[in-house]
Design a protein around this ligand. Structure first.
Ligand code: GLU
Length: 474
C-alpha cells in the first residue's frame, strides 16, 4: 500500500491499482501477465538547476513510462506544485488503459514538473521548459518514435512549441521532428481542434450515454440531454470546452461552476463565455454578476444537479463527500477525480459514472491524429476537399436535371462544402467515442458480474494490452 493511503481512503495510485484489480479479477489472465500489465515499467526523475533572478533554482521533474507494449508511449506533461512520482505513475497507467480503450496505438506515459507556473514569467518558464525538455530528449524520453508528450494541467500550446523547438535543435536532420510532441500550435505543426479536443470528447461521451435510453433511465434521469442541469468543477481548458459545447450545442444548463476561489450558482444557467471572460480578467469566479457565491469551491461537487463534471484534479470526490453528491450522472473529465472509496459508494447509490479513461480520451485521440499528420507531412483533407466539392456539385446538377426541380437553396452550401481538417478531426473523434462507448456498454450489459462502465473499460483495456503482449511472445 502506498504511504499516503489510509484504510478508508486509498491514494490516487492505489485507487488506479484497486480499480485495475477489480476488473482483472473478472478476467482469465495468468497472474504473471496481470502483474506485468499493472506495474509501471520505469520512472525517470531529474533534478536540474536554472539560473533565474540572479540565483540557481533547482527543479524536479519526472517522466514515467507505464507500458511499452506499443510505441511510441504517450501522455501529457503537467506543471503543478504537487507533482510527484506516485501521481505521475498513476497518470501514466491511466494513459496505457485510455489508449487501449479508444484504440489509439500507443503505450502509456506521463510527465510532470513540480512547479507553480504562475510564479514565473514567460521568459523564465521558457528557459525552465527547454531545460527540462533537454534532459528528457537526451534520454529519448521525448522522441517521435518512442515517447511523445502533450499538454496537461499547467501546460499548453506554448510549452509544446518550446519542446518541439528544443527537439529540433538537438536533432537537426530528423525529418519527423514535428511528431516528437503533440498539442503544438497550428502554425507549428499542430492540428485544428486539439485545444478543444478533451472537452469535445467529454461532450461526445455524454451524448453517447444519452443515446442509450436504458442507461439514462437506470441512472434516474429523464431522457434527452437538452435542458439537463450541469455543474462543472474546474473551468480550465477541459471544463471550459465541455461546458461550452454542452450548453451551446446540446441545450444543457450550466447551473454551477466550481473554481479555485469559490463556486457560483445560477438556476437559469450561465453563459460560459461570460464566466470565462470574468475568470481571465479577475483570476476567479468571485463577483460574477447575478450569481450566488460560496467561498468553498468544493461545494460545487455537492450541488443539486443532474450531471456533475469534475474537470480539475484527481481525488476531489472521496469517502468524506461522496454521500453528499446529488448528481445522477458523473462524467469524469479530469483524470481520477473519484477515489476508489468514493467510486464504490456512488455505484451503490446507483449513480452512473462515465469513467475518466473514456470520458477524457478526446485529448489523446486528437493527439494521435496530430502525430499521424506530422508523420505524413500533409494536412488532413488537403487532397480530397475540392474533389468532394466537385462531386457534390455534379450530383446536385444531375438531380436537378433528372427531376426538373431546383435543389433546396438552404441545403446547397452545406451539401457542397468538402471536409476541412476540423471537420475530419471532429468526425474521427466522434467515431472513436461512439465506438468505445459501444464496446464498454456491450460488455457491461452482457455480463452480470460486470458492475459498471469503469470495470468494463478496464477489462477491455487490459484485454487489449494482454493481447499485444501475447503477440510479442511475452
Ligand atoms: N494530457 C492528456 C491526457 O491526460 C493528453 C495526453 C496526450 O494527448 O498525449 O489524456
Amino acid at each position: 500500500m502506498n504511504p499516503t493511503s489510509t484504510p478508508q481512503e486509498p491514494s490516487f495510485r492505489d485507487s488506479v491499482d484497486l480499480m485495475f484489480e477489480r476488473a482483472a479479477a473478472l478476467m482469465d489472465l495468468p497472474q504473471g501477465l496481470r502483474e506485468k500489465i499493472r506495474i509501471c515499467n520505469a520512472t525517470y526523475t531529474v533534478r536540474f538547476g536554472v539560473r533565474l533572478r540572479g540565483e540557481i533554482h533547482t527543479f524536479t521533474g519526472y517522466r514515467s513510462v507505464h507500458s511499452e507494449h506499443r510505441e511510441p508511449v504517450k501522455g501529457g506533461i503537467r506543471f503543478a506544485p504537487a507533482v510527484d512520482q506516485d501521481e505521475v505513475e498513476a497518470l501514466a497507467a491511466l494513459m496505457t488503459y485510455k489508449c487501449a480503450l479508444v484504440e489509439v496505438p500507443f503505450g502509456g506515459s506521463k510527465g510532470g514538473l513540480a512547479i507553480d507556473p504562475r510564479q514565473w514569467d514567460e521568459d523564465e518558464l521558457e528557459r525552465i521548459t527547454r531545460r527540462f525538455a533537454y534532459e528528457l530528449i537526451k534520454r529519448d524520453l521525448i522522441n517521435p518514435s518512442q515517447n511523445v508528450p502533450a499538454p496537461d494541467m499547467g501546460t499548453g500550446e506554448r510549452e509544446m512549441a518550446w519542446i518541439a523547438d528544443q527537439y529540433r535543435r538537438m536533432h537537426t536532420t530528423d525529418i519527423n521532428a514535428d511528431a516528437c510532441v503533440t498539442g503544438k500550435p497550428r502554425s507549428r505543426g499542430g492540428i485544428s481542434g486539439r485545444v478543444e479536443a478533451t472537452g469535445r470528447g467529454v461532450q461526445y461521451s455524454t451524448q453517447c450515454f444519452f443515446r442509450e435510453a436504458r442507461d439514462v433511465e437506470e441512472a434516474g434521469l429523464s431522457q434527452g440531454l437538452g435542458g439537463k442541469r450541469v455543474v462543472i468543477q474546474g473551468l480550465g481548458n477541459v471544463g471550459y470546452h465541455a461546458a461550452k459545447f454542452l450548453s451551446e450545442e446540446d441545450g444543457c444548463r450550466i447551473v454551477g461552476i466550481g473554481e479555485r476561489d469559490g463556486a457560483i450558482f445560477r438556476e437559469d444557467g450561465f453563459s460560459i463565455e461570460e464566466v470565462r471572460a470574468h475568470l481571465i480578467e479577475t483570476g476567479g469566479v468571485k463577483g460574477f454578476p447575478g450569481a450566488a457565491y460560496v467561498e468553498n469551491g468544493a461545494l460545487a461537487l455537492e450541488a443539486d444537479c443532474d450531471i456533475l463534471i469534475p474537470a480539475a484534479l484527481e481525488g476531489v470526490v472521496t469517502h468524506a463527500n461522496a454521500d453528499k453528491v446529488k448528481a445522477r450522472l458523473i462524467v469524469e473529465a479530469a483524470n481520477g477525480p473519484l477515489t476508489a472509496a468514493a467510486d464504490d459508494m456512488l455505484r451503490k447509490k446507483g449513480v452512473a459514472i462515465i469513467p475518466d479513461m473514456y470520458a477524457n480520451a478526446g485529448g489523446v485521440t486528437v493527439s494521435y491524429f496530430e502525430w499521424v499528420k506530422n508523420l505524413s507531412h500533409i494536412r488532413f483533407g488537403r487532397m480530397q476537399r475540392r474533389r468532394e466539392e466537385a462531386n457534390s456539385a455534379m450530383l446536385i446538377k444531375s438531380l436537378e436535371q433528372m427531376t426538373g426541380q431546383a435543389f433546396p437553396a438552404e441545403l446547397t452550401e452545406r451539401f457542397l462544402s468538402g471536409s476541412s481538417e476540423i471537420d475530419l478531426v471532429r468526425s474521427g473523434l466522434d467515431d472513436t467515442m461512439r465506438g468505445a462507448y459501444g464496446d464498454m456498454r456491450e460488455l457491461w450489459r452482457r455480463r452480470e458480474d460486470v458492475p459498471d462502465l469503469r470495470t468494463a473499460a478496464y477489462m477491455i483495456a487490459i484485454g487489449r494490452v494482454a493481447d499485444s503482449y501475447a503477440s510479442l511472445g511475452i
